[in-house]
Design a protein around this ligand. Structure first.
Ligand SMILES: Cc1ncc(C[n+]2csc(CCOP(=O)(O)OP(=O)(O)O)c2C)c(N)n1
Length: 179
């Protein structure tokens, strides 16, 4: 199963939650699967989607689902430490781990030998799960006591889809107006 189907499985249960997606194909695939005002397509900063998600989670009450990549998570591992220590109970950080920098040509990342779920547990995430071993709908819809980290292993590969047909300013404006 590739990232596209992983995002589909996640979005099947998303209703009113905020969704923040990583740069490149994760954002493009989310746009193709379920575009909504409450999606923030992060177009620029690899590694920072979890930090943006944390800021949103801390500044308002709604649930924030973050779709990150393994390469980007590895680029900003410090963010995991910050999130687990701030511990807002309304963030669900999902790392879609395809083992490669998929958006730039499938170069392998160190997630092939470094276990991101173990890292999340070891920096203090009390709720840290393998997507395939949980009922995601339950995690998403029930109130949690702590921040949630979900590791979602997929195969490499990008969907054959178009680009996001919105300019960055519109993405930001409609997102801000929706929350
Ligand atoms: C600081 C920085 N370095 C490099 C890039 C170029 N870049 C954009 S997406 C990407 C790959 C992201 O890989 P990953 O986080 O594993 O997600 P995937 O595309 O595999 O879903 C790279 C290298 C960038 N945008 N920012």
């Amino acid at each position: 199963m590739k990232r596209y189907d992983g995002i589909k499985n996640i979005m099947e249960y998303v209703t009113n939650e905020i969704v923040v997606a990583n740069i490149g194909f994760p954002s493009r695939e989310l746009y193709d699967i379920k575009d909504r005002n409450r999606n923030f397509y992060m177009l620029g900063s690899m590694g920072l989607v979890s930090s943006i998600g944390l800021g949103l989670a801390l500044s308002q009450k709604e649930k924030v689902v973050v779709l990150d990549g393994d390469g980007s998570t590895l680029m900003n591992l410090g963010s995991l430490v910050t999130i687990s220590n701030q511990n807002p109970n309304n963030i669900i950080l999902i790392v879609i781990d395809n083992g490669v920098y998929g958006s730039t040509g499938n170069q392998p990342t160190y997630s092939q030998s470094t276990d991101l779920l173990k890292i999340a547990k070891s920096v203090g995430f009390k709720n840290s799960y393998d997507f395939n071993k949980i009922n995601f709908k339950d995690i998403l819809t029930k109130n949690q006591d702590n921040s949630t980290f979900i590791h979602y292993k997929t195969s490499p590969g990008n969907a054959n889809i178009g680009i996001i047909d919105l300019d960055p300013e519109s993405i930001k404006k409609r997102f801000m107006n929706s929350i």
